[in-house]
Design a protein around this ligand. Structure first.
Ligand code: SAM
Length: 222
């Protein structure tokens, strides 16, 4: 029978630690979350390959390396209040729940949000809330956030997300003028109206669709 625990620890060592993920808390969180519980039925044996996999609604569960890379870039502390936009399968939210005090995750597809919620509850992750909605507007009732991670690529960083950051808060978001090819950017809120932006490299995400993202069929909404 397939040994998921062994495969998970191999994945953390080979695909994360050896490729430069150095934050011990992030590596521990990645080693704690059973990714096989977040993939579609029939894909369990591929759960620890370092690749994205298809999920319902034509979406994907992110590649483990990218989840770890974004979590590391967000510099999450145990007392942090974190928002994830694009909950998808719920996997990244589960990882974040091991790093932060509170995680709020938004998903535009209700069916995905529902399944993600059930999976997180089954794993007893009590510090995560998932809701359906347009994450480009953030989640004002839960703000301010110490970190916001956007798991889909948009044409620019939505102003609502920037404004829902705590001073010193970090927004990690794939941005690009093409829907499926982006640069991963870290935006730090230095003071009211003042932000610092850093380029963390090329990435490839499904489109961020919403009021401050792409329109359902291709063109930027803004
Ligand atoms: N973090 C997810 C995981 O671990 O499975 C990966 C999610 S997938 C790469 C990106 C998700 O973003 C998709 O499920 C998609 O439906 C969602 N999405 C796209 N635009 C969105 C928006 N404006 N608000 C919320 N979710 C959105």
């Amino acid at each position: 029978m397939f040994d998921h625990d062994y495969a998970r620890h191999q994945m953390v060592e080979r695909h994360l630690a050896r490729r430069g993920i150095a934050d011990a808390r992030v590596l521990k969180a990645m080693a704690a979350v059973p990714r096989e519980a977040f993939v579609e039925q029939g894909f369990e044996e591929f759960a620890y390959e370092d690749s994205l996999l298809p999920i319902a609604e034509g979406q994907t569960i992110s590649q483990p390396y990218i989840v770890a890379r974004m979590a590391e870039a967000a510099e999450i502390e145990a007392t942090d209040n974190v928002l994830e936009v694009g909950a998808g399968s719920g996997y990244a939210a589960a990882v974040l729940s091991h790093l932060a005090r509170q995680v709020s995750a938004i998903e535009r597809h209700a069916a995905l949000a529902e399944t993600a919620s059930q999976r997180l509850a089954a794993l007893d992750r009590r510090n995560v809330a998932v809701r359906t909605g347009d994450g480009t507007k953030g989640w004002p009732e839960k703000a301010p956030f110490d970190a916001i991670l956007v798991s889909a690529g948009g044409p620019s960083a939505p102003m609502a997300l920037k404004e829902q950051l705590e001073i010193g808060g970090r927004l990690i978001i794939p941005i690009g003028q093409q829907e499926r090819s982006q640069r991963l950017v870290r935006i730090t809120r230095l003071a009211a109206g003042r932000y610092e932006e850093e380029d963390l490299g090329a990435v490839f995400f499904v489109p961020l669709i919403g009021e401050a993202g792409w329109r359902e069929h291709s063109q930027p909404a803004t």
